[in-house]
Design a protein around this ligand. Structure first.
Ligand code: PGA
Length: 248
């Protein structure tokens, strides 16, 4: 059985005080649930959120660099993320691939480094609208999945989370259908099976992301291959995120 995981990707939003306020609301409103809940605030708020000692919400970062320390101005290392309680890190988000030119090789290096420190990577893959129209969705996600997992050891792969996020659905209000996302996620799982075997692939959690809202979360969570969601915009409002986590 795979434990579902719903993560909030706050992107470049929330000051420290806003982050603390939102996390306090989540902690007091969330019931004990079978879903693992993660929030990924900006780096500047991680320490203050960690100091809250949350019990119902785990902490993740939105990116990291693949070195322990050193002369990498502006970067954040896995040592630093561990120090502020991060158990997860989002890697290879399409915004990082698009605006910061991250490629599969870099994502692979980061994923391996995160795992070395016991931080679970949430690796994002997904096709653009042009690739979808050209019928290349499967090809794109297979190649991104293989690329990102290139340096992952067999005994580590079950700590990896993959987020399937079709780029055209991110922040647009457009979503994939549950059936369609389920099919693509099945393809991703088959790729992991090809690399690491069926048994391991059956334990890897794969999320859907892209305009997930309280109104559509159950359409995705009811699918057999979909193990959770990576939520952007709707994770910024306490009520919306609580309703998503407590989907029926
Ligand atoms: P969205 O973003 O929920 O605002 O579409 C999802 C994401 O980018 O992870």
């Amino acid at each position: 059985m795979r434990t579902p995981i719903i993560a909030g990707n706050w992107k470049m939003n929330k000051t420290v005080s806003q982050a603390v306020e939102l996390c306090r609301k989540l902690e007091s409103a969330l019931q004990d649930s079978p879903v693992e809940v993660v929030v990924c605030p900006p780096f500047t708020a991680l320490s203050a959120v960690f100091a809250l000692g949350l019990t119902k919400v785990k902490l993740g970062a939105q990116n990291m660099y693949h070195a322990d320390k050193g002369a990498y101005t502006g970067e954040i290392s896995p040592v630093m993320l561990k120090d502020v309680g991060c158990q997860y890190v989002i890697l290879g988000h399409s915004e990082r691939r698009q605006y910061f030119k991250e490629d599969d090789e870099l994502v692979a290096a980061k994923a391996a480094k995160a795992l070395e420190y016991g931080i679970k990577p949430i690796i994002c893959v997904g096709e653009s609208i042009d690739q979808r129209r050209a019928g290349q969705t499967a090809e794109v996600v297979v190649s991104q999945t293989k690329g990102a997992l290139a340096k992952v050891q067999p005994d580590q792969v079950t700590d990896v989370v993959i987020a399937y996020e079709p780029i055209w659905a991110i922040g647009t209000g457009e979503t994939s259908t549950g059936d369609d996302a389920n099919e693509v996620i099945g393809t991703i799982r088959a790729t992991i099976a090809e690399l690491f075997g069926e048994e391991k692939a059956g334990q890897v959690r794969i999320q859907y992301g892209g305009s997930v809202k309280p109104e559509n979360i159950s359409e995705f969570m009811n699918q057999p291959e979909i193990d959770g969601a990576l939520v952007g915009g709707a994770s910024l409002a306490a009520d919306d995120f609580i309703n998503i986590v407590q989907y029926k």
